[in-house]
Write a protein that binds this ligand. Structure first.
Ligand code: 3PG
Ligand code: MG
Length: 349
């Protein structure tokens, strides 16, 4: 894989640095609900301050603001406050949400020019947004000497290991709801895996019709529910005994055991997407079993995608997998073998 040049090779002393981070964190009202992405952005900011930057200006988008009211909802103030708590330094400032500027998502060079003005160097550390061709991730990289931040490089390195030679057995676990987005990734990666285990809604779709060029392991049993509701009537059923009109909202216990046995033998694992509606406790057991099996395996294990990352964090298993990616869409596009515009815009190492 082509690697962009590192911020560690940049001349920083006395310079004014513009940093694009992905501080697009979940909010709970005006409170940061999960600060994983903010904490992940700190090492690069600290490096720049330690190396004597005159000023470090951080920019990011937050949410997908559309209306005027969204300006209050997606203001950067709570994020800025958290950044300051983690890294108090007068040279540091956080700009307002880049998506409050109409030009941002159009990759407008005028807005990029505004961001570049008064800065000497651009550092992109926003792996989670690297699949976006926006003013702050792409256009601005052509206006200043551009470098990759430490998080961006770590993500490329860890996810890149799945694109190169891997240790076998290589097991992919796929699930979640955004089925069509993910089938392309699976097609690109799955042929290189020894086993592909599929749960969740994706399994239902593949059972009807499998467009992939290789076989996959589908659930043998499911937790079937009479409706898509947290308190729906539910029972374990083999897949051929699911009552008409009922939905499989989790993989069943026999499937969880079978998937767990396959994962325990794996030497390389990539997991994306929960096995069911794990936000509802009654349908969480399958996702929990997979998370535990991934954590327990003696394997190089990567978990990517918002929901599976949330599951592994909530279960307290994050430090038992090899790499938890801060990128959802970005990690998927990378694994599909696509060039990420935010990475391509930085000169090569
Ligand atoms: C994400 O959360 O996936 C990234 O921050 C990108 O956000 P976006 O999907 O709104 O561009
Ligand atoms: Mg997204």
């Amino acid at each position: 894989m082509r690697l962009p040049r590192s911020v560690e090779t940049a001349e920083i002393e006395g310079k004014r640095i513009l940093v694009r981070a992905d501080l697009n964190v979940p909010l709970d009202g005006a409170r940061v609900a999960d600060d994983t992405r903010i904490r992940a952005a700190i090492p690069t900011l600290r490096l720049l301050l330690d190396r004597g930057a005159a000023a470090v200006t951080v920019c990011s988008h937050l949410g997908r603001p559309k209306t005027e009211e969204d300006r209050a909802k997606y203001a950067m103030a709570p994020v800025e406050q958290r950044v300051r708590e983690l890294l108090p330094d007068d040279r540091l400032q956080v700009l307002e949400n880049t998506r409050f500027q109409a030009g941002e998502t159009k990759n407008d060079p005028m807005y990029a020019r505004e961001l570049a003005d008064d800065n000497d160097v651009y550092v992109n550390d926003a792996f989670g947004s690297a699949h976006r061709s926006h003013s702050s991730t792409e256009a601005v990289a052509h206006l200043l000497p551009a470098y990759a931040g430490l998080l961006l490089l770590s993500e490329l390195e860890h996810l890149g290991r799945l694109l190169g030679e891997v240790e076998h057995p290589f097991v992919i676990v796929a699930g979640g709801a955004k089925v069509d987005d993910k089938l392309a990734v699976l097609e690109n990666l799955g042929g290189r895996a020894d086993r592909v285990l599929v749960g969740g809604k994706m399994a239902e779709q593949l059972r009807e019709h499998n467009p992939l060029s290789f076989p996959v392991e589908l659930p043998l049993d499911v937790v079937a529910a009479s409706a898509f509701a947290e308190d729906a009537e539910a029972r374990v059923a083999t897949v051929d005994a699911v009552p008409a009109g009922w939905l499989g909202l989790d993989i069943g216990p026999s499937t969880a055991e079978a998937f767990g046995a396959i994962l325990s033998e794996a030497r390389t694992i990539f997991w994306n997407g929960p096995m069911g509606v794990f936000e509802w406790n009654r349908f969480a057991a399958g996702t929990r079993a997979v998370a535990e099996a991934v954590a327990a395996a003696d394997a190089y294990s990567v978990v990517g995608g918002g929901d599976s990352v949330r599951a592994i964090q909530e279960l307290g298993l994050a430090d038992r997998v090899s790499w938890v990616s801060t990128g959802g869409g970005a990690s998927l596009e990378l694994l599909e073998g696509r060039d990420l515009p935010g990475v391509a815009a930085i000169p090569e190492a």
